[in-house]
Ligand binder design. Structure first.
Ligand code: ATP
Ligand code: MG
Length: 436
């Protein structure tokens, strides 16, 4: 006797997407692609695996992501250190440099796909999750920062989301950050005794991130710290004002949050997050900002850039909750338009042919697989969500006809089933499907 094979489960924090849910994801992705087209963004797809140094250099050594969240391993064939992408910006920038994308003009690009972070799994926090990543490469002005934010406001509106608010800050330029950093370190040193382990470690390496703490005991110290915003020079302020003015023009509300620093090192000037209170503690559905230094840092010709990433799981969770609150469950997608039932070998072969003809006409068709009684086949037809069943038995084979039964909609009551000539099948099915 063979020993029963022990079941293999998915890796913790990595989710399967099954047919019921995937239909909703696909619908959401269609909507997102349409929204992105509305602003001239084009798709790019980069590998999920990159050289580790792309992220250590691009994201910054002293960040949560690089310090503890990356899936890094050594390629056993050549000893190279590789990492599953924890975000998409670094890979997109790498690709734009490698293929000299910015040599003659800016590019608006997006990518949708999985990213990987070794975090403690909980609602809204997974180890494989999905981002919609949008980047405007080679564009410097506040107009583009504002456009990205307004664009997001449009997406929320299209999804019917009202409970998301915008938090905005400016991180200024490196020299301004340096001046602020000195003042901040002095402040942190004064309160050294209340710094937690992370805080002490980051005091000199990444003091700005100390302020981003979730530790309640450090809040007061963080609140009274010198604000980077107060160290901004004229040009940085003008950029920030330019963004704010355009948000006002577009009727998009925002809140200045001087503590917003974001978890990646590459940002400068504008940073923003969209936050909701409806998802518990994982309430940030989108984060972004400007990263004018990153392209040069990664070896390209200096060029400005700005972008954002939406966390898809969180956004879909919020969308679903909103729909449920309004009593609007997302509609269950039918498997097909037409379900073909059949009895007998000849009829089964005719069913396959008839289905191909219907697909030629543009319908989605499922042919019942195998053979079983009509009753159980009709049960399956009903469960498929199809609006029309096509019935083929020995009479139909002999007469070159088909039975057409309307499973849903108004016609269902009027005429339960009609017999038609086989060559009229596409026409009759089309007429049935075009009625409500
Ligand atoms: P957080 O503060 O929640 O850890 P983050 O600043 O690390 O977020 P970003 O790097 O800005 O997140 O990623 C963009 C978006 O991706 C986030 O706003 C969030 O919606 C989503 N996100 C981040 N980490 C996870 C995760 N582990 N699981 C699911 N979604 C995530
Ligand atoms: Mg994080």
């Amino acid at each position: 006797m063979t020993q029963a094979f022990q079941k293999i489960a998915a890796i913790r924090g990595m989710n399967d997407l099954l047919p019921g849910d995937s239909a909703r994801w696909e619908r959401f992705e269609d909507l997102v692609r349409d929204w992105l087209r509305g602003y001239g963004y084009r798709n790019v797809r980069t590998p999920v695996l990159e050289h580790t140094r792309l992220f250590t250099r691009g994201i910054g050594e002293v960040t949560d992501i690089v310090e503890k969240e990356m899936y890094t391993f050594t390629d056993s064939l050549n000893g190279e250190s590789l990492t599953l992408r924890p975000e998409m910006t670094a890979g997109i920038v790498r690709a734009s440099i490698e293929h000299n994308l910015l040599y003659d003009r800016p590019h608006r690009v997006y990518s949708i796909g999985p990213v990987f972070r070794h975090e403690r799994p909980q609602r809204g926090r997974y180890r494989q999750f999905h981002q919609i990543d949008v980047e405007a490469l080679g564009l410097a002005g506040p107009d583009i920062d504002a456009e990205l934010i307004v664009m997001l406001a449009r997406l929320w509106k299209r999804l019917g989301l009202t409970d998301v608010r915008l938090e905005l800050n400016s991180l200024g330029q490196p020299v301004e950050r340096a001046a602020h950093r000195a003042a901040l370190i002095a402040h942190l040193e004064k309160h050294r005794d209340i710094l937690d382990e992370d805080g002490k470690r980051r005091l000199y390496t990444n003091p700005l991130r100390v302020l981003d703490t979730k530790n309640a005991a450090m809040q007061e110290m963080a609140d009274s710290a010198p604000r980077l915003f107060d160290f901004l020079g004229e040009a940085s302020r003008a950029h920030f004002d330019g963004v704010c003015q355009r948000l006002v023009d577009a009727g998009v509300d925002y809140r200045l949050n001087p503590r917003l620093v974001r978890g990646l090192d590459y940002y400068n000037l504008t940073v923003f997050e969209w936050v909701t209170d409806r998802l518990g503690s994982q309430g940030t559905v989108c984060g972004g900002g400007r990263y004018d230094g990153l392209i040069e840092l990664l070896g390209g010709k200096a060029a400005p850039a700005v972008g954002f990433a939406i966390g898809m799981e969180r956004l879909l969770d919020l969308w679903e909750q909103t729909l449920a609150d309004e009593g609007r469950q997302p509609a269950c997608e039918p498997e097909c338009d037409v379900y073909v039932v059949h009895q007998g070998d000849q009829a089964q072969r005719l069913a396959a042919q008839a289905a191909e003809t219907l697909r030629d006409a543009g319908f989605s068709v499922v042919v019942h697989a195998g053979s079983s009684g009509f009753k159980s086949q009709f049960k399956r037809a009903d469960a498929s969500g199809a609006r029309v069943a096509v019935i083929l038995g020995s009479d139909e084979v002999a007469n070159r006809t088909a039975g057409v039964k309307f499973l849903r909609g108004a016609i269902e009551q009027e005429s339960a089933q009609q017999q038609i000539a086989l060559d009229r099948l596409a026409e009759v099915v089309g007429a049935a499907l075009s009625t409500k």
